[in-house]
Ligand binder design. Structure first.
Ligand SMILES: CC(=O)N[C@H]1[C@@H](OP(=O)(O)OP(=O)(O)OC[C@H]2O[C@@H](n3ccc(=O)[nH]c3=O)[C@H](O)[C@@H]2O)O[C@H](CO)[C@@H](O)[C@@H]1O[C@H](C)C(=O)N[C@@H](C)C(=O)N[C@H](CCC(=O)O)C(=O)O
Ligand SMILES: Nc1ncnc2c1ncn2[C@@H]1O[C@H](COP(=O)(O)OP(=O)(O)OP(=O)(O)O)[C@@H](O)[C@H]1O
Length: 509
């Protein structure tokens, strides 16, 4: 399909989004009466700085009229917006009820519906989206000759070769449609994508139907003025994936899993359950040794044994979800290559464990940054190292401007299970890092925990390593929340940072 003003108006009309078309001379319902309405658009964008001749400009979010001041000079052919901008442009405006929904639909049309040429897999949940996406990607690639694209919060890959660091967990709808077209043109036949609650909140996946989607788990997170006003809103947004998929993979037992199963029943969507705790689930994994270094996977009958490079019981749960997803898009998960494809998957900054050659110390760099993940990480440490009675140090901060509850929850998850807490800078953005650290310190109520603040994150990592080296005994250092990221978000900018993983590599040699 070639997108023109006429076809755009028709599409928006079909979805009951079009209010009217505004030109400087008159307002109309009939797109065909607008000049050049049958001439295809050459470009589509949501950023006025990208306008070129014959661009369809989609104005959404905190858009300001002044952004369009030079738009006519740059060749804007038309705009889509919730407001009338005829005061600053002579281009026709498609005025809509909801600009983000319009953007998603128009982007899919502009790029000729690439999602219809891909088997689409979506992964949502509070924790495990990235890991499950990587596992699913690995299985499908192994079984399809590398024909699987990936959109994740770590990076995106549209051609099976190049991985590009991503900005968002779920890309803006227009970027997603463009990357899906690139993926199809590069020969990809599958796409695995993480779907955040924000993606549904701001319509980044509006109009997309997944062939298979996973609802992994849910726990309170992402509640803040710029994300979700309440847990109810967060869960409601995540639940939208159920009615936008042809088949659902559901983690059980789990908070609200019953509600999500009801959603699926109402939407007539078949459910495949997975679990490492509930033996009656469809896909399960059970440890085969006391150390939990390998698990047996089953789906009615045994699938096989697997030892993951990514340790932690929760990663075996993520692997169950990945198997179920892959099967739903036609992969034979009983072929041993499917299971083994996950064995060596590593994700930068997740469960990276390094032993200090100079002392009895293990450092784990991980991306845990809320109650559920800190708890899961500490379960792992207890299981693996508990018998050695380690002195556990948690180095953490918490993000600024968003997910405010994490500041308390991280401390609550950790304070009765660690001996030392060092509070430091995370992506504090427009907030003062010291203020966040002090808030977190204020939540420490266990008098036995030695808690303090070292604001400079690199210095904090160096300090906890030095402390462990001086300590006479076994130490486990948990450096969480930044993974392998080489920047810290401050005042809306990415400020270069050496990275927790690379500081550990430098110190441990
Ligand atoms: C709340 C939210 O979803 N915000 C996203 C949204 O911003 P927005 O539409 O309000 O954009 P804006 O930056 O205010 O600007 C308004 C519009 O003016 C345009 N503009 C701006 C300047 C100019 O000169 N000309 C111009 O046209 C911009 O391109 C934009 O389209 O659209 C932008 C891209 O189009 C996103 O970058 C931005 O994400 C912000 C940065 C963000 O951090 N979002 C977080 C909360 C988020 O989405 N997180 C989730 C993960 C969390 C989870 O796991 O649930 C995620 O999926 O990443
Ligand atoms: N199934 C799970 N249950 C609990 N914790 C998990 C699970 N999977 C991963 N984790 C923990 O959460 C951290 C982040 O994992 P991952 O990146 O896969 O999740 P995510 O949902 O993509 O997270 P985010 O939305 O914060 O980017 C891991 O480093 C680990 O500590």
């Amino acid at each position: 399909m070639t997108l023109t003003l006429q076809s755009a108006a028709a599409l928006l009309g079909e979805h009951d989004l079009l209010r009217e078309i505004i030109t400087p001379d008159r307002w109309t319902d009939f797109a065909s009466t607008v000049s050049d309405s049958d001439v295809p658009f050459a470009h589509i964008t949501y950023d006025s700085k990208q306008i070129k001749p014959r661009t369809l400009m989609c104005c959404k979010g905190n858009f300001k009229a002044e952004y369009l001041t030079d738009a006519d000079g740059h060749g804007m052919a038309a705009y889509v917006a919730e407001h009338d901008y005829s005061g600053v442009t002579r281009a026709p405006g498609l005025i809509v009820n909801d600009a983000t929904k319009a953007l998603s639909l128009l982007a899919q049309a502009f790029y000729d519906y690439p999602e219809r040429e891909l088997r689409l897999i979506g992964v949502t949940g509070t924790k495990g989206k990235t890991t499950t996406s990587y596992f699913t990607h690995a299985i499908i690639n192994a079984m399809s000759g590398n024909k699987c694209a990936l959109f994740s919060s770590v990076d995106n890959c549209v051609d099976g070769v190049h991985y590009v660091e991503s900005d968002l967990t779920t890309p803006e709808s227009l970027d997603a449609a463009r990357m899906m077209r690139e993926a199809v043109d590069s020969g990809m036949r599958y796409l695995v994508m993480e779907v955040s609650s924000q993606a549904y909140k701001v319509n980044r996946v509006y109009g997309l139907t997944f062939d298979a989607a996973a609802f992994l788990n849910i726990s309170p997170d992402h509640i803040s003025p710029i994300e979700h006003p309440s847990f109810e809103d967060y869960l409601h947004c995540k639940r939208q994936i159920v009615r936008n998929t042809r088949a659902l993979v559901l983690g059980v037992p789990g908070a609200y899993a019953g509600l999500v199963a009801e959603d699926a029943m109402i939407a007539n969507v078949p459910v495949t359950t997975f679990s490492i705790d509930e033996p009656t689930a469809d896909v399960t994994a059970r440890p085969i040794d006391d150390e939990h270094t390998a698990f047996m996977f089953t789906q009615g009958q045994p699938i096989g044994e697997l030892s993951l490079a990514l340790e932690g019981d929760f990663n075996y749960a993520n692997a169950c979800a990945a198997l179920a997803l892959a099967q739903l898009v036609g992969i034979d998960i009983h072929d041993p290559r499917a299971l083994q494809s996950m064995a060596d998957v590593r994700i930068a900054g997740r469960m990276e464990e390094t032993t200090d050659p100079r002392s009895d110390t293990v450092a784990i760099v991980d991306y845990a940054h809320n109650y559920a993940s800190v708890n899961a990480l500490l379960d792992f440490v207890t299981r693996k190292y508990g018998a050695r009675r380690p002195r556990i140090t948690l180095l953490t901060g918490s993000a600024g401007d968003k997910a405010i509850d994490r500041r308390k929850e991280i401390i609550e998850a950790a304070q009765d299970r660690v001996q030392r807490i060092v509070l430091t800078t995370e992506d504090t953005n427009t907030e003062d890092p010291m203020a966040i650290a002090e808030q977190m310190l204020g939540h420490v109520t266990n008098p036995d925990v030695d808690a303090s603040i070292i604001i400079d994150r690199a210095a904090a990592v160096e300090d906890v390593v030095a402390e462990a080296r001086e300590h006479d005994g076994f130490d486990v250092l948990l450096l969480i929340g930044k993974g392998d990221e080489r920047w810290i978000k401050m005042h809306n900018k990415h400020v270069p940072y050496e990275g927790d993983s690379s500081i550990i590599r430098r110190l441990f040699g």
